[in-house]
Design a protein around this ligand. Structure first.
Ligand SMILES: Nc1ncnc2c1ncn2[C@@H]1O[C@H](COP(=O)(O)OP(=O)(O)OP(=O)(O)O)[C@@H](O)[C@H]1O
Length: 229
């Protein structure tokens, strides 16, 4: 039997030093190649959940397994390499290196991920740029000079390069108008259909739901505790 792309069991978490917010997830699963839209209001813990899934923070108890590997069993350095190998992350604010070229930004995760680097074709960065509708020759441009929409596409190319099995995206469409949102999602879905990657996207916009295999509300899979500190 193949491992689920993602499995959370009895996960509990509090941000260190902050008792005012707690998140617990009894059970959540994603199958391989599945796309899930995770909805929740602002401050409900969506980004916190993604940080747990990416191993940026570790659960106080319970298990977060990505492709069958419990990330709590990995030491910090190994966890960073595991994330680079297995998860393509699209951050809310893209987190591009503004002084580095588009090409260097896209290739960045491969530096820490030898297996993913082997899977990436030599011209994949340029190919992704063109598939994502970026202009020819953009790979040498400094990322800080791009429009917001272009930065977003570069962030997607960086997440997709080398075909990581899981793509995690934190509100990647929030800065886009409706038409650009639609074409952006079309491109993202074309790419994950081609590679068979799973996609977990966080948003507070339920209109995006039609494109996904499943729409999940954070409130239905997690309990949160919020107190004014
Ligand atoms: N790095 C952090 N350190 C400490 N507390 C944090 C950190 N990141 C988030 N929190 C706290 O965790 C709680 C949930 O925030 P989170 O960003 O996960 O919610 P969200 O649903 O993603 O919100 P939004 O839709 O506004 O991005 C908030 O109380 C927030 O202050």
């Amino acid at each position: 039997m193949t491992d689920p792309a993602l499995a959370l069991d009895d996960v509990r978490f509090r941000w260190p030093g902050r008792s005012s917010f707690a998140l617990s997830v009894p059970e959540f699963r994603m199958a391989q190649s599945e796309s899930v839209l995770l909805l929740g209001e602002s401050g409900s813990g969506k980004s916190t959940l993604l940080s747990l899934i990416c191993g940026i923070v570790t659960a106080d108890s319970g298990c977060v397994a990505v492709g069958g590997t419990d990330i709590a069993t990995l030491r910090a350095g190994a966890r960073d390499r595991f994330r680079a190998e297995r998860i393509g992350v699209i951050f809310q604010h893209f987190n591009l290196l503004p002084y580095a070229s588009v090409s260097d930004n896209i290739l960045l995760p491969l530096r820490f991920a030898p297996e993913r680097r082997k899977r990436a074709a030599p011209d994949e960065a340029a190919g992704l740029c063109s598939a994502l509708g970026l202009p020819d020759g953009i790979t040498g441009t400094t990322a800080g000079r791009l429009s917001v929409g272009q930065q977003q596409r570069v962030a997607v190319a960086r997440a997709l390069i080398g075909q990581p099995p899981l793509i995690v995206a934190d509100e990647p469409t929030s800065a886009l108008d409706a038409a650009t949102q639609d074409s952006f999602l079309g491109l993202l879905f074309d790419r994950i259909a081609a590679t068979g990657s799973s996609l977990l996207m966080v948003s507070h916009d339920e209109r995006l739901g039609a494109r996904f295999d499943r729409v999940v509300r954070l409130a239905d899979i997690a309990r949160t505790e919020r107190r004014t500190a």
